[in-house]
Design a binder for this molecule. Sequence first.
Ligand SMILES: [Fe+2]
Ligand SMILES: [Fe+2]
Length: 290
Amino acid sequence: MSDTKNESTPLENLDQWEEFLETATYPEPEHKKKDDYRNYDDPARDCVKEFYRLNHKYQTFDFVMKKHEEILGPNKVRKEMTVIQAIELLDTLVDDSDPDIELPQIQHLLQTSESIRTRGYEDWFVLTGLIHDLGKLLCLEGEPQWAVVGDTFPVGCQYSDKIVYPEFFEANPDADDSRYNTRLGVYKEGCGLRNVDMSWGHDEFMYRLVKDYLPDPALYMIRYHSFYAWHREGQYEYLLDDHDRAMLPWVKRFNPFDLYTKCPLAPVWSELKPYYEDLIAKYLPKTLMW
Ligand SMILES: [Fe+2]
Ligand SMILES: [Fe+2]
């Protein structure tokens, strides 16, 4: 871990940073109304509902354990890549679970990070915006999209009815399994999200790749940005510990940048690349093992 990491760690100066955040501005939707984002009742794209039908049916506790072993375990053949290479590779992907954007993912990363940067936030927050979805590279390794993107939720305990399309959980075998379908399931009251297994996807994968290099608020943003049932709907309170509660405001702050900056305007990567090369080098190693 480099010394520069501590320079910008927000926890050393939390009061001042909190004060700044209270006066800071957040993106408002410019191209459509707020209510038109995350519209799952009448999604603009047909593939969204079908995506969640598959996601809710197949994301079982056993499936997640299998993915942890397969993708996070020692036998996985990893590719060594720079973050810049990963970003450019992701440019070939369109996310089927997202009702709001059909642009290549590189544009979503840049719209998020640039929106954070232009508001004067700390640079680790800008970097978080840039890399938060890089775990979507799993799609390019042949993983089905329902196992990579979309909203995430805890597995191994009762599904909240505040998760999008909760009716699709009826087809998930865990919903009928007494080990997993109770309020706590396999967990203990207040055990903390770090001890909870989330449905498998890009959030957890990316978190594991960068967990030794970024401040904790950044890691929460990366790991839980798709956990809308928690950060938007306030569900699963009984699984949280005090640290989760302290980190929740950061996850909430990240959300408008992830969501409301999605628009058809495309930032120009070639112009922005030198700035981001320096920023990545400040916090992350030259290559990561994807
Ligand atoms: Fe994401
Ligand atoms: Fe995103």
